[in-house]
Design a protein around this ligand. Structure first.
Ligand code: KG4
Ligand code: ZN
Length: 374
């Protein structure tokens, strides 16, 4: 839990200028340093280092928690050194240390949180436990100069590999859940469909690449729960699975055979693959755009934001941006490098929270199921 500083502690805030954050919620190790310019003109990113573990997990067909946490332990100290030399700042000069405290893999979260707590205790500086989803949610505001700390009311779409949710944001730390996925997250659907098609991991960029030039209306794929504020993507993934043999003529007699076939690259005509990827991508985007616009209209906000790994997708950015312009909403998205997991968004969220007078107790535990909003 993050608590508000007592009046006496406010003097710390006057000194707080530089925040170092670690992000180790899943299989990406991130370290970033952000420096507040002054209370009214935004912040500078001094360093943002990310070490990806994709190659270490690829051969297992998914993330292996123990491998992820062991790798965090190897990468984090190196990234700390690298970030501190890039930023040209010693760790003793950092004014506050932050880490992602959830949601995520327990054994991974523990590495980043333990390092940040150790640094905070060692240097006698504040520690901030940051919700990973809050990092994503605030990322579209990062780099907007003096408007950076004005988190105005908005409807926020968070679309990542682990989460798909619409959040009503009233201001910093004032979040209400509008809707969420009842099964797979949008990014998870991209990853699973890419696997079915024999494409690489992560699946989102692979599907986006193959979808270019494809016909998004070639295959009629389902849009689930059209009347609900919640999302569902597992039916869409199943629809692709059942469509595939019809397209390729590869019917499987047994689940074993299907597993074997789906683990080998599809020998599909390039044109058909492009059409299938484009149709799948369109089905996901169509649902995301419709529900986000409906929520923005219902809650009468002026601003729509989008964040999380799937928001790297150029077609989603384009269609959501166009729909917002058509319906009269301002639209903000983060730079693509800030959409996938990174520590800069955690450092930014921590620096906003510090400016708002918050810090955490070093005794605070990580929480793999940490909620952003109820
Ligand atoms: O936010 P993120 O890095 O990690 C989580 O918090 O989950 O998101 C990773 C997800 C993966 O599922 C990946 O396939 C998806 O984001 N993704 C994309 C694109 N780039 C990454 N999905 C669609 N199009 C992309 N260009
Ligand atoms: Zn994420």
């Amino acid at each position: 839990m993050i608590y508000r500083l007592a009046q006496n502690d406010l003097r710390i805030l006057l000194l707080v200028k530089t925040v170092l954050a670690l992000e180790t919620s899943c299989d990406e190790t991130g370290v970033a340093i952000v420096r507040e310019k002054n209370s009214s003109s935004g912040s500078d990113l001094l360093a943002s280092e990310v070490a990806s573990q994709v190659a270490a997990h690829e051969k297992y067909g998914g993330i292996v928690p123990e491998i992820a946490s062991r790798n965090h332990l190897v990468y984090a100290p190196r990234l700390l050194n690298h970030a501190s030399s890039l930023a040209n700042i010693g760790l003793s000069e950092v004014d506050a240390f932050a880490a992602t405290s959830g949601p995520g893999l327990a054994s991974s979260l523990m590495i980043g949180a333990s390092i940040a707590k150790g640094l905070a205790i060692g240097f006698g500086k504040p520690y901030l436990a940051i919700n990973h989803l809050e990092g994503h949610l605030l990322s579209p505001f990062f780099g907007s100069g003096e408007k950076e700390n004005q988190i105005c009311p908005n409807v926020s779409l968070i679309v990542s590999g682990g989460h798909t949710m619409l959040v009503r944001v009233q201001g910093l730390d004032d979040y209400k859940l509008i809707g969420r996925t009842v099964d797979d997250a949008a990014g998870e659907a991209f990853d699973k469909v890419a696997k079915i098609l024999g494409l690489g991991y992560p699946g989102g960029p692979e599907i986006e690449k193959h979808a270019r030039g494809g016909d998004p209306n070639r295959f009629d794929l389902p849009r689930s729960m059209p009347q609900s504020e919640n999302f569902s993507f597992s039916g869409l993934k199943t629809a692709v699975r059942y469509l595939l043999p019809k397209i390729t003529g590869r019917f499987c007699e047994t689940p074993d055979e299907e597993r074997r076939l789906t683990q080998t690259p599809c020998k599909m005509d390039g044109r058909v693959l492009a059409n299938l990827c484009a149709s799948f991508q369109e089905a996901v985007i169509d649902v995301l755009v419709r529900k986000t616009i409906a929520a923005a209209q219902k809650y009468r906000v002026d601003l729509v934001t989008v964040s999380g790994g799937v928001s790297c997708n150029q077609e989603l950015r384009k269609q959501l941006g166009e729909a917002c312009a058509r319906e009269g909403f301002e639209f903000k998205n983060a730079e693509p490098w800030l959409c996938t997991d990174n520590a800069a968004m955690i450092a930014f969220a921590a620096s906003l929270r510090l400016r708002g007078g918050f810090q955490s107790d070093v005794a605070e535990e990580i929480d793999p199921n940490l909620a952003l909003a109820k």
